[in-house]
Ligand binder design. Sequence first.
Ligand SMILES: [Zn+2]
Length: 166
Amino acid sequence: MLCKLQICKCFKLNCKFSLSGVTVYPQNNNGISNYSRGVLNDDIGNSNYIITSTTRTPAKQVDVMYNNISKYGVNAQKELYGTYGDQVIDMYPNKPLMLSKVNSVGPSRVSKHCGNPRIINVIDISPNSIRNRPAFERRVRADSRVSRFYTPPADPAYHLEIPQPQ
Ligand SMILES: [Zn+2]
């Protein structure tokens, strides 16, 4: 189910998603598997939170990188991304060139957000939407189901990578 706001509130099992650019996998609950939802519920507890991004198309990935470079600068983004992402950042501010670079190096090498959500579910959560940030960060770091966790200021969002049971 989609709602009209750009960012929508999420309450436990009743998740709604951004209209702008999130790839919708109906068979996968709009980008978040039941397994991942269970992980989030355990780590966040019984409170509201906002999911700002899940799976991205290559074009959406370029939009995100472009906006973050404009806001935070090239160096901050290069710290966040790896070799392949850096090659995309080098094409800034030319969006068409950024997109062709994403496609030529392989979208999932640039960002796990562009990968297959049935293998790794990648979820960004708005830090401002988490009531007790230190407790949340502690729980995620101790949660072996989360393979990678980026936090502000390195990443503007809480970025969680959750490998899916195969
Ligand atoms: Zn992310």
